[in-house]
Write a protein that binds this ligand. Structure first.
Ligand code: PEP
Ligand code: MG
Length: 548
């Protein structure tokens, strides 16, 4: 048995045989001369275009116009004159059409990849995909996957067209060993609700994996290859329970989040990429409570530009419409390091140079982000929150920078919401203790219980050896939560919880009794949390039991 950790594309469980998908790779080889090879290219391109037309029709029927449009884009790429010219140029070196197409695809993909705009960057994979499709016609090699039984697909990455050609009922799960969670194929996978992982550490996708039995645990983001019988039995049970429960929970869609005694609260979603907003909406989330914007920086090889960030923020805000979207500003440092930030090595990184501290030292980075956020505020109900706040001077700095961002946009004549709400995370004991003062300086609070617990207990949240001492129900933490909630409400501002404790079943009655306005959790937990809340009667809850 071997197990591997990855990132999650879509939740769920899968048990079954692996089937390997490997992309074509052409070695440099001599051709029949530029003219003959060009004719071969033209013919293969015609076949590609015809195949793309068919895929367009099939996707239109399965998923609708928006998703089918991808194949119109692919067709335009295949017929693009710049692409054709690049193939011609490559053929001048007397190489085969296969090699010329692959090289031309790679050259154009690199141009897309170097663009600032997130949408254009993503097109790099599309160009590669189109080129490989033409190559497969040239080679007359059918590289496409054919699933004879329901299987778990494992690949470095998968062209979206491959996914759309398959019968969804035959796909138990997908492992994109090298793919990211924002790629097109990942987005389609989420839309199809297929359990899937990406960026899996330490796995080599080789043909030997074909036919191996595996368990895909997309709840814990783990792939287990060749599990023992006991594990298979346990996971079959888990999968069944998960699926039965999912079905049952559908009854809570479209309902308010309300306790037995009529106390209302809101369930928001935590997301790490703009594409996850679809997940939040599908699970009937009432807002976005935490968009961890640092993942835009982590996914990038250089500082993301204002335009690039704007596209991500706008996508979420527009999709959420009137529902609130809270985007957290850059929270790096500690366990989230980014090479191009060139952060110093530190003895105690969790207590070191991170989040707002970095933004203060490098204000241009922060200003770019705030400007992108204000621009996105024009498109829906956006609020911004700042992590790791400990002092009044930090809040003052944030307001000054926000004013600069507004001035900048005014000068450029761009529309934005002057009144966009600015809140802070309460995730340090300092912020909780000072919450009476801070509540008068910001528009809302959101409690980050992961860090609040770590800093209150002085226990490193990522040190596995200290796990048993990490009592997240410690009264010190709960008292700080209560204090912050009371102070928020005294000042007339709302307060939410966006750390992992937000879905802690034992603490839910406490949170509801003290009047937490919003709980923000992974989209997959929305409906189960709503169900749990519907069973709670807060009239019988004794707050002292938690904090006394
Ligand atoms: C937290 O600290 O509780 C939180 C939500 O932020 P993160 O886990 O990203 O530090
Ligand atoms: Mg935190």
């Amino acid at each position: 048995m071997k197990s591997y950790k990855g990132g999650r594309v879509f939740e769920g469980y899968a048990l079954g045989k692996l089937i390997v998908y490997a992309a074509l790779k052409v070695e440099k080889e001599a051709g029949l001369g530029p003219e003959k090879e060009f004719e071969r290219f033209v013919k293969a391109r015609q076949e590609t275009v015809a195949a793309l037309d068919k895929l367009y029709m099939a996707t239109l029927a399965k998923m609708g116009e928006k998703e089918a449009q991808l194949f119109v884009t692919h067709k335009l790429m295949a017929e693009d004159l710049d692409f054709e010219d690049t193939v011609r140029m490559e053929l001048e070196n007397n190489v085969s059409a296969e090699y010329a197409v692959q090289a031309a695809g790679e050259q154009l993909a690199e141009i897309f990849a170097s663009m600032d705009d997130a949408y254009m960057k993503e097109r790099a994979n599309d160009v590669r995909e189109v080129a490989m499709r033409i190559v497969s016609f040239l080679k007359k090699a059918d590289t496409s996957l054919s699933l004879k039984e329901p299987s778990i697909i494992i690949c470095d990455d998968l062209p979206s067209s491959e996914l759309m050609k398959l019968d969804k009922n035959m796909i138990l799960g997908i492992v994109f060993a090298k793919g990211g969670s924002n790629s097109h194929v990942s987005i389609l996978t989420r839309m199809l609700e297929i359990p899937a992982l990406c960026s899996v550490e330490g796995i080599e996708v080789t043909p030997e994996l074909n036919g191996e039995f595996a368990i895909l645990d997309a709840m814990k983001s783990e792939l287990i290859i060749a599990p023992d019988g006991k594990m298979v039995t346990a996971y079959s049970k888990k999968k069944k329970e998960y699926e039965d429960n999912k079905l049952k929970l559908q009854a809570f869609k479209g309902k308010e989040t309300v306790t037995k005694d009529g106390k209302k609260t809101m369930i928001y979603s935590n997301i790490a990429s703009s594409f996850e907003v679809e997940n939040a909406l599908r699970n009937d989330s009432e807002g976005i409570g935490l968009f961890r914007s640092e993942f835009i920086y982590l996914d990038s090889s250089d500082y993301p530009s204002e335009d690039e960030q704007f596209e991500h923020y706008k996508r979420v805000v527009e999709a959420m419409g009137e529902k609130q979207t809270i985007i957290r500003t850059l929270d790096i440092g500690a366990d989230k390091k980014i090479d191009y930030f060139d952060l110093p090595d530190e003895e105690n990184p969790a207590l070191g140079f991170r989040s707002i501290r970095i933004c203060r030292e490098r204000p241009q980075i922060f200003l770019t982000q705030l400007t992108a956020l204000y621009r996105a505020s024009h498109y829906g109900n956006l609020a911004v929150m700042i992590p790791m706040i400990i002092s009044h001077s930090e809040i003052k700095f944030v307001h000054e920078m926000a004013a600069m961002a507004r001035e900048n946009l005014k000068a450029r004549g761009l529309p934005f919401n002057e009144k966009m709400k600015i809140g802070i995370m309460v995730e340090t004991p300092a912020a909780a203790i000072m919450s009476d003062v801070f509540a008068r300086e910001v528009d809302f609070f959101s409690i980050g219980t992961n860090d609040l617990s770590q800093y209150t207990l002085a226990i490193d949240r990522v040190n596995p050896n200290l796990g048993s001492s990490f009592n997240s129900h410690h009264r010190a933490i709960l008292r700080l939560i209560k204090l912050s909630t009371e102070n928020a409400h005294k000042a007339g501002i709302p307060i939410g919880i966006c750390g992992e404790l937000a879905r802690d079943e034992e603490l839910l009655p406490f949170f509801l009794k003290i009047g937490v306005d919003e709980l923000s959790v992974s989209p997959a937990y929305t409906l189960s949390l709503r169900e749990q809340i519907s069973k709670i009667d807060t009239t019988n809850v004794d707050v002292n039991k938690f904090v006394g």
